[in-house]
Design a protein around this ligand. Structure first.
Ligand code: GLA
Length: 780
C-alpha cells in the first residue's frame, strides 16, 4: 500500500514501512525503513527526520538561506553530484552542459496499480497487492529527468527500486554510473553479510563489520559471478538468525554488479546497488532514456531467517514466471559425472533404464553430444548431433527415453565457441576479441558477441531448431567462462559492452523460451557463476555448484538459502569419494543435503550395489512425497550451538507437515547432547517427530562390526565385502510426540555412538553423518 500525505510518501508492506518526504528545496529525504508503522501521516515526518538544528563543520551548505541544510548530512533517496554530498554518488554523468555536476529536484509523482514493466531488462512481476510509485526529478540546469520507481510487494514484504534517466536535451549524456537505488540509514552498527567464493565453493557466508569508508560487494567478470553474489544483507548489532533487524538487498541483473555500504563521518550508512561502474560508460542520446536494473529490498525484525523468508516468497511469487512457477520440479538424472564426454547411445540408455527404475522423471544429456565435442577443446558452437555417439540423433534418443516414461533434457552452452569449431572457422567475427590482440581463453573457449544482432539471431535460430527437432522438455543453459577482451565491432562506445551483452542475453533467452513455455530451463555457469534474480526471470532453477560433496553443499546451499528459495536450487547426489574433495560420505547424507533443493542424481548408476539401488529408490519415493515441502515449504536454518552441526527445516504452508535435516560435519568424541530446535509449527497442536529410517553400510564399520553385528567378521574379508552389497543395518530411529510449543522448545536427541557401547537407540553419525526428521501433525 502506498499513501501520500502532503509531501510525505509511506510505502507499507505487511510487516514493514518505508517512508520519505520531499524537502523544501525538492530533495527526496529518507525518513524511515523498518517495522510497519500504523497509519503515519505528514506529522510523522518531523519526528522521523534527522534533525538539522546546527551546522555541521566541514560541510557545504546547499543554500545560504539555510546554512544547516547540507546534502552531505541528509539521508537521501537519491543523490546528485557536485552539490556538497561527498558520500559515494549514485550517479556520475557527463551532462550536456559539459560538467559532471547535476542536481535532481522533485517535480511530481504518480501511483500505479501493479508493477510498471521495464523496456530493456527483466523485472519482478505482479498485479495483486502490488503498487508502484514513480517520483519524478529534474536536473536544475540540464534538460534531464530522473524517475525513481518504487514497487511495493505487500504480501511478501519486499520493495523494489530502480530509476530511469531521460535525456530531453539536444546533446548526449555520457553515463558513467547510475545506481538502481540509494538508501541512507542511520547506523545500527551494521554487519554486512555477503555470499562469496569461487568455482566449487560458491556462496559461502562472510560477515564484515561496516566501518568508516566504503565496503563493496561487486563483480567485474561479465556475469553476476561465483565470487560475490549480488545479494547481501545489513544486519544490525545483536542480530541472530531468528532475531534482530536485518535489511536484505539483491539485484535483478546477471552482469557486473556493485553493491556497497558506506559509513559516513556523520554515522549514516549509505547503501547502493546497481550496475558496476567498472568499464561502464553509456551514451544516452537526446530523447533516449536509460533504465537501471531493478533492485530488491526487504526488512525483517526477525533476523537473517526472517529476511531470507521474505526473499523466498517474493522470488516464488514475483520473479519466477511462466508454466513452472510454483510447479513441482522433476527429479532428474544427469549423465555428466557418470560419462563426461565419453558415451554412446547404449551407455545412455542403460543409465536411463536404471534412472527410470529408481524413480527419476527426467533424463538430462549433458555436454558432448554434438560436433567434435570429445573434450572441452573443440566443438562448442556446432550443435549438430554427433552421429557416431547417437546414430538415431536426438529425436531417436529422446523418443526412447520418452517411451521409458521419462522426459528428456539437453545441455547447451550457446554463448560460447571453441576456436576449433566449424562456427568459428566460418564466423571468427562472432567471437569477442579486440582487433589486433590475441584473445585470452577460458576453458579453451571464446565468448560469442551477444551485442551483435546477427549472433543473437544465429543462436536463437540454431538452438530453436534443435529444441523443435526432438521431444525436449528441459534445457541446461551453461556459460563456462568469464568475459575478457570486451569489445564488439557493433558498438561505437565500448563502455556499453558489458551491459549490452547482458541485454542481448536476455533477448536471446526470451526469444528462445517464450514460444516454448513447456521447457524447464536450468541456468548454469560452471555451477553458480550466474545465481541471480535476472536469470531466475527466465530459468526457474539454477545449478548451484559443480561441487556436489554434501559437506561443501551445506555451505553452498546454506549460503544460497539466505537469498533464494529451495525451489530454485539444483542439488544432486553424486559418487563418493567425491570428485572435487576426495571426501567419502554416506549415500544417506548425500541425499539428505540434496533433498533441500531440486533433487537430481549424477553418478554412474551402473556401478550401484543392490543395497545402494534399494536406498536410492526409497530416497526418491520419500522426496516425491515431501517434494512440495522441500521445494516450496517455509525454510528455516535452525539454531545449533555446536560448530560441527547444521540443521535445516522445511514446513508446509498449513504447518502440518515438516522435514528437518540434522547434519554433522566432523564428529567429536563423547559430545554433550544434540538438541533439535524445530521452528514454524503450530504451538497448540500435537505432532509426531520420527527419524526417517536410513541405511548403514556394514563395511563402513571395519573392525567395529563386532560392536554392531552379532558375529565377528574380518574387516578385509570377502564375507563382509559381499554382504555389504546386499545387506544394510538401519540407523537408530527416534520417535517423539508432543504439542508444537513443547517440540519447538528443543528435543535433546538420543546419544551418538561413543566407542564402547552400541544399541539400536544409539545414533551412528560419525564424520559427515546426518538424519532427517519427519514432523507430522497428528490430525493431518
Ligand atoms: C560445466 C557445468 C557442469 C557440466 C560441464 C559440461 O562445468 O557446470 O555441470 O555441465 O560444464 O562441460
Amino acid at each position: 500500500m502506498i499513501s501520500v500525505n502532503e509531501n510525505c510518501f509511506f510505502l507499507h508492506t505487511r510487516h514493514t514501512t518505508y517512508a520519505f518526504c520531499i524537502t523544501k528545496y525538492g530533495h527526496p529525504e529518507h525518513l524511515y525503513y523498518g517495522e510497519r508503522l500504523d497509519e503515519p501521516d505528514a506529522a510523522a515526518a518531523p519526528l522521523l527526520a534527522l534533525k538539522r538544528t546546527a551546522q555541521v563543520g566541514s560541510t557545504i551548505s546547499y543554500s545560504q538561506e539555510d546554512l544547516n541544510y547540507s546534502l552531505d548530512i541528509l539521508p537521501l533517496e537519491y543523490s546528485s553530484s557536485g552539490c556538497g554530498d561527498f558520500r559515494n554518488s549514485p550517479i556520475e554523468a557527463l551532462m550536456p552542459d559539459g560538467s559532471y555536476s547535476c542536481d535532481f529536484l522533485y517535480t511530481g509523482y504518480k501511483i500505479m496499480e501493479g508493477c510498471h514493466p521495464m523496456k530493456t531488462l527483466p523485472c519482478a512481476t505482479g498485479t495483486e497487492d502490488v503498487a508502484a510509485l514513480c517520483i519524478s526529478l529534474k536536473d536544475t540546469r540540464n534538460e534531464a529527468e530522473l524517475d525513481l520507481y518504487y514497487t511495493v510487494y505487500e504480501k511478501t514484504d519486499v520493495i523494489t527500486r530502480r530509476c530511469v534517466l531521460k535525456n530531453r536535451s539536444s546533446s548526449s549524456i555520457l553515463l558513467r554510473n547510475l545506481a538502481s537505488m540509494n538508501l541512507d540509514l542511520i547506523s545500527q552498527n551494521f554487519t554486512m553479510i555477503t555470499f562469496d567464493g569461487g568455482w566449487a565453493k560458491e556462496a559461502h557466508i562472510h560477515k564484515r563489520r561496516i566501518s568508516y569508508g566504503i565496503t563493496v560487494n561487486s563483480s567485474v567478470t561479465g556475469n553476476s559471478s561465483n565470487r560475490h553474489n549480488p545479494g547481501f544483507f545489513l544486519a544490525a548489532d545483536g542480530y541472530t538468525e531468528q532475531t534482530g533487524n536485518v535489511y536484505g538487498f539483491n539485484l535483478i541483473y546477471s552482469g557486473n554488479h556493485q553493491g556497497l555500504a558506506e559509513l559516513s563521518g556523520h554515522d549514516t550508512v549509505r547503501v547502493q546497488l546497481g550496475i558496476n561502474p567498472h568499464c561502464f560508460s553509456f551514451e544516452v542520446k537526446p530523447d533516449e532514456e536509460f533504465e537501471s536494473p531493478e533492485a530488491v529490498m526487504t526488512f525483517s525484525s526477525r533476523g537473517l531467517g526472517g529476511a531470507s523468508r521474505h526473499f523466498h516468497s517474493f522470488i516464488n511469487e514475483h520473479i519466477v514466471r511462466g508454466r513452472w512457477k510454483k510447479r513441482p520440479r522433476p527429479v532428474l538424472y544427469n549423465n555428466w559425472e557418470a560419462c563426461f564426454f565419453k558415451f554412446d547411445e547404449k551407455k545412455l540408455l542403460s543409465l536411463a533404464k536404471e534412472a527410470k527404475g529408481l524413480g527419476a522423471e527426467l533424463f538430462v544429456l549433458d555436454d558432448g553430444w554434438f560436433g567434435s565435442r570429445d573434450s572441452d577443446t573443440s566443438g562448442l558452437g556446432d550443435y549438430d548431433v554427433n552421429k557416431k555417439k547417437l546414430p538415431g540423433g536426438l529425436t531417436g534418443l529422446a523418443s526412447k527415453i520418452n517411451s521409458m516414461g521419462m522426459k528428456f533434457g539437453l545441455w547447451f552452452e550457446p554463448e560460447m565457441v571453441n576456436e576449433d569449431s566449424r562456427l568459428y572457422r566460418a564466423h571468427p567475427e562472432y567471437a569477442v576479441v579486440i582487433p589486433g590482440k590475441k584473445p585470452n581463453l577460458g576453458r579453451n573457449q571464446l565468448v560469442l558477441d551477444l551485442c551483435n544482432p546477427e549472433v543473437r539471431d544465429y543462436i536463437v535460430e540454431h538452438v530453436g531448431q534443435i529444441l523443435d527437432s526432438a521431444s525436449i522438455s528441459y534445457v541446461k543453459w551453461d556459460m563456462n567462462r568469464h568475459i575478457t577482451d570486451a569489445y564488439s565491432p557493433c558498438l561505437k562506445n565500448q563502455g556499453e559492452f558489458y551491459h549490452r551483452y547482458i541485454c542481448g542475453l536476455y533477448e536471446v533467452l526470451d526469444r528462445i523460451f517464450s514460444p516454448r513455455p513447456h521447457i524447464l530451463l536450468e541456468s548454469c555457469s560452471s555451477g553458480g557463476n550466474r545465481f541471480d534474480l535476472g536469470m531466475l526471470c527466465y530459468s526457474p532453477q539454477i545449478w548451484a555448484s559443480d561441487d556436489t560433496d554434501p559437506i561443501e553443499r551445506l555451505k553452498i546451499q546454506g549460503g544460497l538459502s539466505c537469498l533464494y528459495p529451495l525451489s530454485c536450487i539444483g542439488a544432486h547426489v553424486s559418487a563418493s569419494p567425491h570428485q572435487q574433495t576426495l571426501r567419502s560420505t554416506q549415500l544417506s547424507t548425500r541425499f539428505n543435503v540434496a533433498a533441500f533443493g531440486c533433487l537430481g542424481y549424477e553418478l554412474d548408476l551402473n556401478n550401484l550395489t543392490l543395497a545402494e539401488r534399494r536406498e536410492i529408490k526409497e530416497q526418491i519415493t520419500f522426496y516425491k512425497k515431501y517434494r512440495m515441502v522441500f521445494q516450496y515449504g517455509t525454510f528455516y536454518r535452525l539454531p545449533s550451538p555446536k560448530d560441527n552441526k547444521v540443521c535445516w527445516q522445511c514446513v508446509s504452508p498449513d504447518r502440518k507437515h515438516s522435514v528437518a535435516g540434522f547434519f554433522q560435519t566432523l564428529s567429536g568424541a563423547s559430545e554433550g547432547p544434540d538438541v533439535l530446535m524445530l521452528s514454524g509449527l503450530k504451538r497448540d497442536i500435537s505432532y509426531t517427530v520420527s527419524t526417517k529410517p536410513q541405511n548403514l553400510y556394514i563395511e563402513q564399520f571395519g573392525e567395529l562390526t563386532k560392536h554392531v553385528l552379532p558375529v565377528e567378521l574380518n574387516p578385509n574379508g570377502l564375507i563382509l565385502h559381499t554382504a555389504n552389497k546386499y545387506y544394510t543395518l538401519t540407523d537408530c530411529v527416534e520417535h517423539y510426540r508432543g504439542k508444537g510449543a513443547l517440540i519447538m522448545a528443543g528435543i535433546p536427541l538420543n546419544n551418538q555412538f561413543m566407542g564402547s557401547y552400541y544399541n539400536e537407540n544409539t545414533r551412528l553419525l560419525g564424520d559427515y553423518g546426518s538424519s532427517l526428521y519427519i514432523i507430522e501433525a497428528e490430525d493431518a
